[in-house]
Design a protein around this ligand. Structure first.
Ligand SMILES: [Zn+2]
Length: 224
């Protein structure tokens, strides 16, 4: 059994371009280990790639991706807490200086929660239970609407990011690192179609567009 051909073709292109270009970085990373300063918690969505969006190479981002970029609250229970394990490793061992919770537009996980808010378990054995993590976000949103209500999907995406940032602070080692000012938490939101990135203002909790020069229009190449 081999991998699909387009993956093997892609790997060959990677070896000859990306890997060759970063060869010394790879050797250094293999020898000395990783020391990324930034952890990103992003969605599994194939259209939202943290390394691509921030133009980062190997060793620069510690990334965990899950359905709807959610952080569960700290739990001292038995169970396989995958995202929490990544947070523990990122903060405890790698000592990252920043954690970015990055949501995005048209998030299917958020959509599933909105459509099944009264019976989230119906959306699947695992997804339903997982996206129930958005329930406190929906309550917070109803109690204190921060965003325009004319786009309830977007408002829920923002609320989910705020809730995940709140949940991050329930991890004792995260809270301590934030208090010690060795760690900063950030919320961000990416628009797939336009490439627009919005960042949460820590004071107002509102999302603001990142200023950047106009996007250059260049002919699209067929290669990767
Ligand atoms: Zn998503």
């Amino acid at each position: 059994m081999s991998l699909p051909k387009h993956l093997l073709d892609g790997y060959e292109r990677y070896l000859n371009k990306g890997f060759v270009r970063n060869r010394e970085t790879h050797e250094r990373l293999a020898l000395y280990g990783q020391k990324p300063e930034v952890m990103v918690i992003s969605c599994c969505d194939s259209r939202v790639t943290p390394e691509g969006i921030f133009n980062m190479g190997p060793g620069e981002l510690f990334v965990v991706r899950n359905v709807a970029n959610l952080v569960p609250p700290y739990e001292d229970t038995e169970g396989q807490h995958g995202t929490s394990a990544a947070i523990e490793f990122g903060v405890g061992s790698l000592k990252v200086k920043h954690i970015v919770v990055m949501g995005h537009g048209q998030c299917g996980g958020v959509k599933a929660f909105r459509e099944h808010a009264n019976a989230p378990m119906e959306t699947g054995q695992f997804i339903g239970r997982w996206i129930k993590l958005l329930e406190p976000a929906a309550i917070a949103m109803a109690c204190m609407p921060l965003d325009q209500a004319d786009d309830p999907q977007l408002a829920m995406e923002y609320a989910g990011i705020r809730q995940s940032l709140k949940n991050l602070m329930t991890f004792p080692f995260v809270e301590k690192a934030v208090q010690d000012e060795t760690l900063r938490l950030h919320g961000a939101w990416f628009d797939i179609g336009s490439g627009e990135l919005r960042v949460m203002n820590e004071d107002s909790q509102r999302f603001e567009e990142v200023e950047h020069p106009p996007i250059k229009v260049i002919a699209q190449s067929a290669g990767h």
